[in-house]
Design a protein around this ligand. Structure first.
Ligand SMILES: CC(=O)SCCNC(=O)CCNC(=O)[C@H](O)C(C)(C)COP(=O)(O)OP(=O)(O)OC[C@H]1O[C@@H](n2cnc3c(N)ncnc32)[C@H](O)[C@@H]1OP(=O)(O)O
Ligand SMILES: CC(=O)C(=O)O
Length: 533
């Protein structure tokens, strides 16, 4: 592919992404994410701002060894009234172990007047001096033109003079930033085109924020107008509403355009694992609806969709999920038809003759239970168990005879408020009846502990099963405290995860139903035999 079609991807997850509310990377997070980005194939990885905090200092003191990408250290132009040589911020960048530096400078006169309170000439000198100073030690220096689009609209001559100052001082890239994220694609396209016409010799990049939900569209508009570098972040992290989502951009550039973003078919399959790695590092639940990489990105729910997808997935998929490392997913719910159920059964390895009348019964059962409040859409382990029970493919590992839960809220002798829960359960396992008692931090915790106490001696595989998420939803709010509740439980062991559902007007009973399925599913999945009754 000609160089003219090359788009350089610049990842700012570890710098602008670190400015996301609630995100706090450790040095080892930064290293793992940088290595994943390097494997994915981006051109530049902005590692942070040396001198801004101890994490970034430590990261740049011992940066990861990147195979293909260039590590970038970020900073800002020198302080007003100082020489670039004596500016501690710039010295931090010079000393950082990174071959490339990227500095932000003001290009909107409003900011120069109000935030910096300096003359326009001094701002131009700050840009030129800083780029020149960094050019003495770095292989490449980039200029992030802060608020460029707002600056261009307010005072075009000054905004362009800032770009000229950076270019003449040796900046390899001029990155036009939509810092406040308020610009729309038509304006981005027109302004980038005008910059290209005015400064045809410079290389232009785009750094778009997502405050109108247009950061990806703005990045593509800039490329159409001549930008050849796109800055973005994994999963769209970043200040306020985030940056252009690099994951969506990679998918679209690689699969839908003739631009060469440096990511071949093999690397493209790393897109979903890379996005998930970031969420895992941040301990965040991946966004289901994320384009290309979300769990719902190739999930089919409507019966009409599933019946057509079974014939040819192109009927409802814009690209094959495997190309981006994702997978197809058929959802079973009250929107399902025969095709959903058969496909889902096949996916979970349940063998059934499509003509078996039990399939029809299963569909009816799903719809009846969904009407009662069950949601198999997110509780696939419960769906699998229901299907296998109907087909006599799963034994009863245990059954509940009775539970009793007591809650105690009182002031102790030291005058402190104490809440305690105690659960007693009677279970049957095979021909044995067992009674156990446990205390817990709340009634569901006490119940969970009492059930496990009875089961673990018989089924040690349950020892390491953990309850990872617990969600309660009121299904009939008009009934007040008598309302029907639905409980969804996510359980896990190591990296294995499964979700189950329980419904009842009694929240503890709903929780028990979900717990019963969670433990039964694990026993079935681990191939455990049930004792003879
Ligand atoms: C648009 C962007 O997202 S750019 C990246 C923004 N990221 C961050 O700010 C995260 C890291 N930042 C930090 O850790 C700190 O802000 C530091 C270490 C950089 C600076 O901290 P401090 O010296 O305490 O300054 P503080 O953050 O309060 O204010 C920023 C200062 O930089 C000045 N400044 C802002 N932009 C520039 C610039 N491009 N060039 C020179 N000075 C600038 C401001 O006028 C202000 O000056 P003042 O201290 O004289 O008021
Ligand atoms: C540099 C940067 O992050 C911005 O202008 O948004």
């Amino acid at each position: 592919m000609s160089d003219d079609r090359r788009i350089h991807l610049f990842d700012s997850t570890l710098r602008d992404g670190a400015q996301t509310q609630g995100v706090d990377f450790t040095v080892s997070d930064k290293t793992a994410i940088a290595e994943a980005l390097d494997r994915l194939g981006v051109s530049y990885i902005e590692g942070g701002w040396p001198g801004a905090n101890p994490t970034d200092d430590a990261f740049f003191a011992e940066p990861p060894e990147l195979k293909a990408a260039s590590l970038v250290a970020f900073g800002m132009t020198r302080r007003p009234g100082r020489s670039a040589e004596n500016d501690p911020g710039l010295s931090g960048l010079v000393n950082a172990k990174a071959p490339v530096a990227c500095i932000v400078g003001k290009t909107w006169d409003f900011h120069v007047d109000l935030a910096l309170e300096i003359s326009h000439e001094e701002n131009l000198a700050m840009i030129a001096d800083s780029i020149a100073q960094l050019g003495r030690s770095k292989r490449e220096v980039m200029f992030d033109a802060e608020h460029f689009f707002d600056g261009f609209k307010a005072n075009k001559a000054f905004a362009l003079a800032c770009l000229r100052a950076a270019s003449e001082a040796g900046a390899a890239w001029l990155v036009l930033c939509d810092t406040n994220g308020g610009t729309l694609p038509d304006d981005v396209r027109a302004i980038v085109a005008e910059v290209r016409e005015t400064l045809p010799e410079v290389r232009i990049g785009i750094h778009a924020h997502d405050d109108t939900g247009n950061a990806v569209a703005n990045s593509l508009a800039a490329v159409a107008a001549g930008a050849r570098q796109i800055q973005g972040t994994l999963n769209g992290l970043g200040e306020r509403c985030g940056n252009a989502n690099l994951i969506s951009l990679v998918g679209s550039l690689a699969l839908k355009t003739t631009w060469d973003c440096g990511i071949d078919a093999e690397r493209l399959r790393l897109l979903t694992p890379t996005s998930r790695l970031l969420d895992e590092r941040l301990n965040r639940t991946p966004t289901r609806g994320a384009p290309y990489v979300g769990e719902s990105a190739f999930a089919h729910k409507g019966g009409l969709h599933v019946s057509a997808v079974a014939k040819d997935p192109r009927t409802y998929e814009h690209v094959p999920p495997e190309t981006v490392g994702n997978r197809r997913h058929v959802v079973v719910s009250d929107q399902a038809g025969r095709a959903n159920v058969l496909t889902r059964l096949q996916e979970v390895g349940v063998e059934v003759d499509p003509k078996d009348p039990k399939v029809g019964r299963l569909i009816e059962e799903v719809k009846r239970r969904e009407y009662e409040g069950y949601a198999y859409d997110g509780a696939e382990a419960s769906f699998e168990l229901m299907a296998r029970r109907l087909l006599d493919q799963v034994p009863d590992y245990f059954s509940l005879n009775r539970f009793r839960v007591m809650d105690d809220r009182r002031w102790n002798a030291r005058g402190e408020l104490v809440t305690e829960s105690e659960a007693t359960v009677t279970l049957t396992i095979g021909s044995d009846q067992l009674m156990t008692v446990a205390n817990g931090n709340g009634p569901v915790d006490a119940l969970d502990k009492a059930v496990r106490k009875a089961l673990i001696p018989r089924y040690p595989v349950l020892e390491r099963v953990r309850l990872l998420d617990y969600k309660v939803r009121i299904l009939t709010p008009q009934d007040g405290t008598e309302a029907v509740t639905r409980v969804m439980i996510e359980s896990g062991v190591d990296r294995e995860r499964w979700t189950t559902v329980g419904v009842s007007p009694n929240i503890i009973d709903a929780s028990f139903n979900a717990l019963y399925d969670a433990l039964s599913w694990k026993l079935h999945n681990a191939g455990v035999e049930a004792p003879k009754g």
